[in-house]
Write a protein that binds this ligand. Structure first.
Ligand SMILES: *Cc1c(COP(=O)(O)O)cnc(C)c1O
Length: 455
C-alpha cells in the first residue's frame, strides 16, 4: 500500500510541466513541490494517507501561498498598545505620509538642498530632539538595543562600566545587560545587591579605569518591597559620565513611572538611550542623546555605520518628533490610546454586534501598554466578550480573516478591546467578527480558512 502510494507521487519534473502551474515561476513551483511532496511522504510513512490527493492542486495552493505577501496590516483588538508581535507603535498619519513620500522615489537623505553639498542624514531629527529633550546633540540608530551596544562599544571598550546588580537584567529575547557588556568589550563592574544599591556602592567602585556608570530602567519588571536605588542626581555627581538606558523614555509626563527624558538629562545624565517605537510612538529606532562630545564619539565609531537608520526609519522618526514638538501627546496614536477612556467605544461596538444578532457582553478588564513599558501598571479597560462558541476556534478564524483580527482569549471568551482598534477599522472589525462567528456556528462558509503563512 505504502509503496504503491510512493510510486504514485509525481516527480518535480512532471509537476513543472503541469498546465495548471504554467504561470507560476519555475523556482516557486520547485519549492512548492518540494514542500508538498515532503509532507505527503511523511504522511504516507505515518500511515495517514489512504489515497493520494490531487498533488498538482496542492502544489498550486502552496505556490499561491509562497507568492502572497506575508507581512501585512492587522486589526489589533488585544488592547496591548505596544504589542511587539504586532509591530509596536502605529505611526501617526504624518509619519506614514513621510515614509510613503521617500519610499517610492529619491530623497534628500544625505543632501543639503541649499548648497547641493553632502548633508548629515541625522540633520532632520537632531533639531527636534534638542528641543524635546534639552540634549546638546543626538543620533538615532536601528533600535534601542543597538543604541546601548554603540554607547558601550564607542565609549567603554576595554574599560570599566559600573552597573547595579539590580539592573543586570534581560530586556528581551537574548538581550541581557551582562552579555551586551561583554560583546562591547567593556568590563562590567557589579555593585550593590539585587534589591538595594546605594550611591556609596558606585562611589567605591569608580576608579581610573571607569569609563561610564550605567543605569538601566526596569522596563519590564518591578522589584518591590525592601528596595533602594540611587537617583540620577546622585550618580551624576560621581565624576564619571552617567549613561541611562531608559527603554521607553517618555517625552511627556503622565506615563506612570516612566522617566521623562528631559528630566533625566536635566538631572545630570551625560547620555540617555531610548526606543523610537515605545513611548515615543514612532518607528523602530534607538536614540542616543546628551553630551555633544560623547554623542560625537558614538557617531564617529565604525559601528555606527552598521547600525544607522535607513531613510524610511529616518522619515518616520523625524515626522513623529515634529508632531511631538507641537506639544499634544494625543496626536501620536500610541500615546492617545494609552490615555483613552474606551468605555463608550466598547458600548458602541457591543451595540453594533448585537444589532447583527450576536450576543455579547461588555466587561471590565485590565490591559497592558506592552513593549516593556509601564510593567506594573494595568490599564483599566472595557472589553466586548463573545461567548457561546469555542473561543480558541473563533480567535483562529479571526486571525485568518481578511483583514486579520488579533483578539485575546480569556474567561472562556474572545475579548475585543477597542483601545487598540484604530478609528477607521471599526466597520472592518464588525464584519470580520460576524463572518468568523457565522462560519463557526454554520450559517455560512464551512470551509477551513487558508493559512497562507510559511510552514
Ligand atoms: C525595550 C528596551 C530595550 C531595547 O529596545 P529596542 O528598541 O526594542 O531595541 C533596551 N533597554 C531597555 C531598558 C528597554 O526597555
Amino acid at each position: 500500500m505504502r509503496d504503491r502510494l510512493y510510486r504514485q507521487l509525481p516527480s518535480v519534473d512532471r509537476l513543472l510541466r503541469a498546465d495548471a502551474l504554467a504561470d507560476v515561476p519555475r523556482a516557486v513551483v520547485v519549492e512548492a513541490a518540494r514542500q508538498v511532496l515532503a509532507a505527503l511522504r511523511e504522511a504516507i510513512a505515518a500511515g495517514d494517507v489512504q489515497a493520494l490527493p490531487d498533488v498538482t492542486l496542492a502544489v498550486a495552493e502552496r505556490a499561491a501561498a509562497l507568492r502572497t505577501q506575508r507581512l501585512r496590516g492587522v486589526i489589533n483588538a488585544t488592547g496591548v498598545v505596544l504589542h511587539t508581535n504586532l509591530g509596536r507603535a502605529p505611526f501617526c498619519p504624518e509619519a506614514a505620509r513621510a515614509v510613503a513620500d521617500v519610499a517610492a522615489g529619491y530623497s534628500n537623505t544625505e543632501l543639503r538642498l541649499a548648497d547641493g553639498r553632502r548633508g548629515g542624514r541625522l540633520d532632520g531629527v537632531r533639531g527636534p530632539l534638542r528641543i524635546l529633550t534639552g540634549c546638546q546633540d543626538a543620533i538615532a540608530v536601528n533600535n534601542n538595543a543597538a543604541a546601548v551596544m554603540l554607547v558601550l562599544t564607542a565609549l567603554a571598550q576595554g574599560r570599566e562600566v559600573v552597573v547595579s546588580r539590580g539592573e543586570l537584567v534581560e530586556i528581551g529575547g537574548s538581550f541581557r545587560v551582562p552579555d551586551v557588556m561583554a560583546l562591547s568589550g567593556a568590563r562590567l563592574v557589579e555593585v550593590g545587591t539585587t534589591n538595594r544599591t546605594r550611591a556609596a556602592d558606585f562611589e567605591r567602585a569608580v576608579g581610573p579605569e571607569t569609563a561610564l556608570i550605567m543605569r538601566v530602567h526596569p522596563s519590564n519588571f518591578r522589584i518591590t518591597g525592601f528596595t533602594e536605588r540611587p537617583t540620577t542626581v546622585q550618580l551624576a555627581g560621581l565624576g564619571v559620565p552617567l549613561v541611562e538606558d531608559l527603554g521607553s523614555g517618555a517625552l511627556f509626563p503622565g506615563f506612570g513611572e516612566e522617566p521623562v527624558i528631559a528630566d533625566v538629562l536635566a538631572d545630570g545624565a551625560a547620555l540617555v538611550c531610548f526606543s523610537g517605537d515605545k513611548l515615543l510612538g514612532g518607528p523602530q529606532a534607538g536614540v542616543i542623546a546628551g553630551d555633544a562630545a560623547l554623542v560625537r564619539a558614538c557617531r564617529r565609531h565604525p559601528l555606527y555605520r552598521a547600525l544607522r537608520l535607513d531613510k524610511l526609519g529616518l522619515a518616520a522618526l523625524e515626522a513623529t518628533l515634529r508632531v511631538a514638538l507641537e506639544g499634544d501627546p494625543d496626536r501620536l496614536p500610541a500615546l492617545r490610546m494609552m490615555h483613552q477612556d474606551v468605555g463608550p467605544q466598547a458600548l458602541a461596538l457591543a451595540d453594533a454586534l448585537r444589532a447583527q444578532g450576536l450576543s455579547v457582553a461588555v466587561e471590565d478588564d485590565v490591559g497592558y501598554s506592552g513593549g516593556g513599558a509601564l510593567p506594573g501598571e494595568g490599564l483599566p479597560t472595557k472589553v466586548v466578550a463573545i461567548r457561546g462558541c469555542d473561543p480558541d476556534a473563533l480567535a483562529r478564524r479571526l486571525r485568518l480573516g481578511d483583514p486579520p483580527v488579533v483578539a485575546r482569549v480569556a474567561r472562556d471568551a474572545v475579548l475585543l478591546d477597542p483601545r487598540t482598534v484604530l478609528p477607521g477599522q471599526t466597520e472592518a472589525l464588525i464584519r470580520a467578527v460576524l463572518l468568523a462567528r457565522r462560519a463557526l456556528t454554520g450559517d455560512v462558509d464551512h470551509s477551513e480558512p487558508q493559512d497562507r503563512s510559511e510552514p
